[in-house]
Write a protein that binds this ligand. Sequence first.
Ligand SMILES: Nc1nc2c(c(=O)[nH]1)N[C@H]1C(S)=C(S)[C@@H](COP(=O)(O)O)O[C@H]1N2
Ligand SMILES: [Mo]
Length: 252
Amino acid sequence: MSNFSRRKLISTGLWATAGASGLAVAASLADRYGLLAPDHGGLYGPGAALTYAAQRLLTRHSLAREFPRSQLSKVPFANPTGPQGPAYERLKAGGFADWRLAVDGMVARPASLSLAELRSYPSRSQITHLACEEGWSFIAEWIGVPLSHVLNVVGILPQARYVVYYSLQKGWWDSIDMADALHPQTLLTYGMNGGELPVGHGGPLRLRVPRQLGYKNVKYIARLTVTDNLKRFGKGLGSASPEVGYSWYAGI
Ligand SMILES: Nc1nc2c(c(=O)[nH]1)N[C@H]1C(S)=C(S)[C@@H](COP(=O)(O)O)O[C@H]1N2
Ligand SMILES: [Mo]
């Protein structure tokens, strides 16, 4: 993807073939250049693949809008997730001192990081909008360490293409491509609105990907796996969400 250019895509004829009959051809070209979403397939697949390709070409380096403090939502809405189970409750009772973030897969130095270690890394704070696909949204300040920093600490291998992230909550896992994983606004957050990250919003650790919809912002993050291929994860669609009908790529 690094030597990829828009000109090159145009010269391959991706856009030229993007008529109704050319979508499958376009999709196979997109795949060649790493622009095919992992949940492509079926009737709408090639169209979705092109949406992802277009986003990647045009917005790879763009920033999500950041807001002034005066626009913070008075009451940030926490989408209820229900009880997290006994393991989570035990960790919470201990002030999350035993919480660990495991980082494995295609990395030079697999790691198990405590919250104290994550807090010792350079932090970034940003005021951004979180939008649920169901229509509500809020603006909050998010505080955390850029995911790119953690990836530098463990040393991602050159062939790495995606970061898979798992919640301690059963059934919640997702992934993003390297453009989003290394994006400066993608944070592993442990704070919100000047304080700790509340349990309702995913405390003690949540991935914030402000350029994608709410559901990509998985709460209670306990593990990251770096990979070159998403086929081996779950049903091979890159996330739990496409397994129930949401798209893997939820760029906004
Ligand atoms: N672990 C976990 N992460 C999750 C969810 C969840 O139910 N469990 N809900 C997702 C959805 S659909 C949205 S819109 C946002 C809601 O974030 P909020 O509770 O901070 O408003 O969290 C996302 N992350
Ligand atoms: Mo959501």
